[in-house]
Design a binder for this molecule. Structure first.
Ligand SMILES: Cc1cc2nc3c(=O)[nH]c(=O)nc-3n(C[C@H](O)[C@H](O)[C@H](O)COP(=O)(O)OP(=O)(O)OC[C@H]3O[C@@H](n4cnc5c(N)ncnc54)[C@H](O)[C@@H]3O)c2cc1C
Length: 485
């Protein structure tokens, strides 16, 4: 060990356990833990809900680091300039980080590695956030996968993921130069939380960002939620999924940790989940891996159709429809409930993400990128891989995508997956008094029933923005025209 400090650059890995870059940095000298709010690179700027999450997650990380004797240094600016500057001013001889996989981040990291290495600094990067590096999983022809099932089979044939690393007991702390200490920002200085207006109260009620929150969430899921996950995961009216997605997005927990905790709980009988539930849960983690595989091989996944035939798609420009969709005022209860859940809590159930996305893309014939952008701004788990990959999947333009003629009917989907309307009533209070029979199609309810429920369609709950038959027909025609080109 040298007396030179080792610099650990935190990014999308805001945790102390199973953090390989942290483990390596600790072996190289007294530690400088650094977070930079990147305001300069070509990376996509975080949306509002993700910024809120980041602020809370940094608070949790900073407290966890302090509790172990370390300190989190926070800066804002261009990492391409800041990082080499900090390395020089602190005399660091070693820099470590965990990898990110979007194109801009890869380019930045590569350039930084080259620049620092040139000046004699040792730089190491690690995989902390995926079970497999996106380039490691290959088809027999040595190329990337386009279809999930063979991709996942190849991953499973590779065996179980490696065991996660424990959190270090103590963190050594390097002494910072006084001028650098002066430059350090507080989390509040980053101004990540909304103020005027403060729209985050629903988010505060719903979530506990940070490593402890992630572990709690996993524990609760393994104790209660995972039983029946295989079928139950489609039910938005129940607490049927783990809700680990924002914790995974910010790297507060790793897929390796989730995997081994789940496997361990099954083997010791500490979870009511069956082997089939757990296999299904693992395959959902697998979809996340597959999205990263796609993003790595298609860096412009958020802006360019994976299937370029979709470039010729004749999207409608329905500004009023898009606005109604964003606000959860389409007149279709399950769609509105989903978009309001998103607005209130920063999260939406997967089944409802599919229904709302299908409605926007197909019934309103709106370019998937408009929906992807809205989700990017409003989801706490807005993810550079999962979000565009999933939107393209629903649109039919993605890899292994849903076929174009698969158009979710929001009424039958609602009746199937929210049979008593509990989910709708929770998020669309205007409909709370409507009986089960018409909860997913209030326009069919007799006038007396609407009156009794206090609903005046077109006044306190909208009439449908588009007729389902019309929307479906128009979408089928547009998609068919595309196919015949
Ligand atoms: C239009 C659309 C947009 C989406 N945008 C995002 C996004 O920005 N961020 C995001 O994390 N997920 C996104 N998803 C995928 C999925 O909806 C969420 O990951 C899931 O709802 C998160 O809830 P959970 O943690 O309770 O999931 P669980 O069912 O408990 O699954 C565990 C984990 O597996 C992963 N996962 C589950 N389902 C999927 C899936 N279909 N695709 C990829 N990974 C999956 C997630 O990391 C999730 O946390 C999107 C899906 C759709 C249809």
């Amino acid at each position: 060990m040298t007396a030179h400090p080792a610099l650990l650059w935190f990014r999308d890995d805001l945790r102390l356990s199973d953090n390989p870059a942290l483990r390596a940095a600790l072996d190289h000298g007294p530690l400088i833990c650094l977070y930079i709010l990147d305001t300069a690179t070509q990376r996509r700027e975080l949306g509002g809900a993700a910024r809120w999450w980041l602020s809370r997650s940094l608070q949790a990380l900073s407290q966890a680091i302090a509790a172990k004797g370390g300190e989190l240094l926070i800066l804002r600016g261009d990492p391409a300039e800041l990082l080499p500057d900090i390395v020089e001013r602190t005399g660091s001889s070693y820099v470590a980080w965990n990898r990110r996989y979007d194109g801009a981040a890869i380019a930045l990291d590569r350039a930084l590695k080259a620049k620092l290495t040139e000046t004699g600094v040792e730089v190491e990067s690690f995989n902390a956030n995926l079970l497999n590096e996106p380039w490691q999983v290959k088809t027999k022809a040595d190329g990337p996968f386009k279809v999930f099932t063979p991709y996942w089979r190849a991953v499973r044939e590779g065996g179980e993921p490696s065991a996660p690393l424990p959190a270090p007991a103590r963190l050594s702390k390097a002494t910072l130069p006084a001028a650098l200490r002066k430059q350090a920002l507080t989390i509040a200085d980053l101004a990540l939380q909304p103020t005027a207006p403060d729209w985050a109260s629903g988010l505060r009620d719903a979530w506990m960002p940070g490593e402890d929150g992630a572990q709690d969430r996993l524990g609760t899921f393994l104790d209660e939620g995972i039983a029946g996950y295989r079928e139950g995961r489609d039910r938005p009216d129940k607490l049927s999924t783990s809700r680990l997605s924002p914790h995974l997005r910010f790297g507060e927990i790793s897929p390796r940790q989730i995997w081994h905790a789940t496997r361990g709980a099954l083997e010791t009988g500490e979870t009511p989940g069956s082997a089939a539930d757990i296999e299904k849960f693992f395959s959902e983690i697998g979809w996340r891996e597959f999205s990263y595989h796609l993003l790595f091989h298609n860096p412009d996944l958020a802006s360019v159709n994976y299937d370029r035939r979709f470039d010729a798609m004749a999207w409608a420009t329905d500004e009023a429809g898009l606005k109604a969709w964003r606000k959860g005022l389409t007149g279709y209860p399950i769609v509105d409930a989903g978009l309001r859940e998103l607005w209130q809590t920063g999260w939406m159930h997967n089944r409802v993400r599919m229904i709302t996305a299908s409605f926007l893309i197909k019934h309103l014939l709106t370019d998937w990128r408009a929906g992807e952008t809205w989700f990017w701004d409003t989801l706490v788990d807005a993810d550079p891989a999962n979000n565009p990959a999933s939107w393209q999947w629903v649109a039919g333009s993605g890899a292994d995508a849903a076929p174009y003629f698969r158009i979710f009917n929001p009424v039958t989907q609602g009746e199937k997956f929210d049979p008593k309307g509990d989910y709708v009533r929770r998020f669309v209070p205007e409909l709370a008094k409507l009986g089960d029979r018409f909860i997913h199609r209030p326009w069919d309810a007799p006038a007396s029933e609407l009156k009794q429920a206090g609903i005046v369609l077109g006044q306190n709950y909208p009439k449908p923005v588009v007729a389902l038959d019309f929307g479906r027909r128009r979408a089928l025609d547009a998609f068919a025209a595309l196919r015949s080109e």
